[in-house]
Design a protein. Structure first.
Length: 150
């Protein structure tokens, strides 16, 4: 793959153009990954509204009816329900890991099977989350379709 970057002073925003012989799954993944950089989510922290980049999210969890967004160093809250976020993020390598958890597959550092047929995911920031049994088959399919790569 050839990558060219040109600095142009008189444009208002960064533009990305993909030139390819054929649109294949790799090209479509690249398109989604690039789009991820501009996608943002409204959250709250200490009563203030905070806009965060979706690419910075490690995982999203619902606890006692409240939805929390975990980044590298912060825990923020959002008014969105987990199923709403799941629909919005499914094309951006986010995965429903349990009834109360969505994880960013790009932020997984290690993934280990547990004795009870769950998986333990250790995120790149050290957070530990569990992928429940009913979702492990889906995760295996995702990993197989990606050739074992995240």
């Amino acid at each position: 793959m050839l990558v060219n970057i040109k600095e142009i002073e008189n444009i208002n925003e960064t533009q990305v153009e993909i030139l390819c012989k054929k649109i294949d799954p790799d090209v479509l993944f690249l398109e989604k990954y690039i789009q991820l950089f501009s996608k943002k989510l409204f959250t709250k922290q200490n009563g203030d509204n905070v806009l965060i980049h979706v690419k910075d999210i490690f995982y999203i969890e619902t606890i006692e009816g409240r939805t929390f967004v975990y980044t590298d160093k912060n825990v923020l809250e959002t008014d969105f329900r987990l199923y709403e976020l799941e629909k919005q993020l499914v094309n951006y390598d986010f995965f429903r890991a349990s009834k109360s958890l969505i994880i960013n597959l790009q932020k997984i550092d290690t993934l280990s099977p547990e004795l009870n047929r769950t998986f333990l995911a250790i995120m790149k920031n050290g957070y530990k989350v569990y992928i429940s049994r009913q979702y492990t088959k889906i995760l295996k399919n995702i990993l197989e379709n990606k050739g074992g790569w995240l």
